[in-house]
Write a protein that binds this ligand. Structure first.
Ligand code: CTP
Ligand code: CA
Length: 228
């Protein structure tokens, strides 16, 4: 693991990192969201700066200060995240999707605050699926030879183990690397540490034992740098 005096193996490279969790508004005061803190994405941005990259960080609802030397673009919804990532991917050598986009959004937005009903019944909530940003940028490859990285938090289920599901997701998304977290042991949200297996489309895999999120960040950039 590195200590911060990293080699400048990303010098002259442009990288884009997404972080945080998107929000999908029902009305002016309410949203559907998730508990992603953005810490892993911020650690990736700081690690890339330390290795000499020009870094854009697309941050969705992250309550952390802007990392030094990073261009931060703040977004709220999945569609805003998609627009910012697709725009940034055009001249990025690497894109890392550490953000947790909401999979669904309300099918309509109410300009007026939704009120309770006199009969005590719940208002119907119809959802539609959000665009898959990682699959879109992986399949489009706006920049030839760019490296695209996704994240997946899995528990494993009747259809396969954590790694089986990770391999299937890597193939489905079409990205080069997928950072797989086993979350069957409990919540990792808000933690300053992380552990993962980095799966590569070329068949390789690298295990990163539990450590500060900066250690996993550097392990991910090691794999990206080797493929640029
Ligand atoms: N992702 C994305 N756009 C979405 C959903 C997810 O780009 N609408 C990205 C995430 O940033 C992450 C990767 O895809 O890098 C995997 O996210 P995950 O939620 O595991 O994938 P899903 O396709 O949403 O699958 P699942 O049904 O397991 O949630
Ligand atoms: Ca999802």
């Amino acid at each position: 693991s590195r200590t911060g005096a990293a080699v400048a193996d990303l010098a002259g490279r442009r990288v884009l990192v997404s972080a945080g969790g998107t929000r999908e508004y029902l009305d002016p005061v309410r949203f559907l969201g998730n508990r992603s803190s953005g810490r892993q994405g911020y650690a990736l941005a700081r690690a890339a700066v330390a290795r000499g990259a020009e870094v854009t960080l697309v941050a969705a609802n992250v309550d952390l200060p802007d990392p030094a030397g990073v261009t931060v673009v703040r977004v709220e919804t999945t569609e805003q995240l998609r627009d910012a990532v697709v725009a940034g991917a055009k001249d990025a050598d690497a894109v890392v999707m550490a953000a947790a986009p909401a999979d669904f959004r309300p099918s309509s937005f109410s300009d007026a605050k939704i009120k309770k009903r006199a009969d005590g019944s719940a208002a119907p909530l119809e959802l539609v699926q959000n665009p898959d940003i990682l699959a879109a940028i992986s399949h489009e490859r706006a920049r030839v030879g760019s490296v695209v990285v996704g994240f997946a938090a899995e528990t494993g289920d009747a259809t396969g183990s954590v790694l089986d599901l990770g391999r299937a997701k890597l193939a489905r998304k079409g990205c080069d690397l997928l950072v797989v977290n086993d979350v069957s042991g409990g919540a990792v949200f808000g933690s300053t540490e992380n552990e993962a297996v980095i799966l590569a489309a070329d068949g390789a895999s690298v295990e990163v034992p539990r450590a500060a999120k900066g250690v996993l960040a550097h392990a991910i950039w090691d794999q990206v740098a080797a493929r640029l």
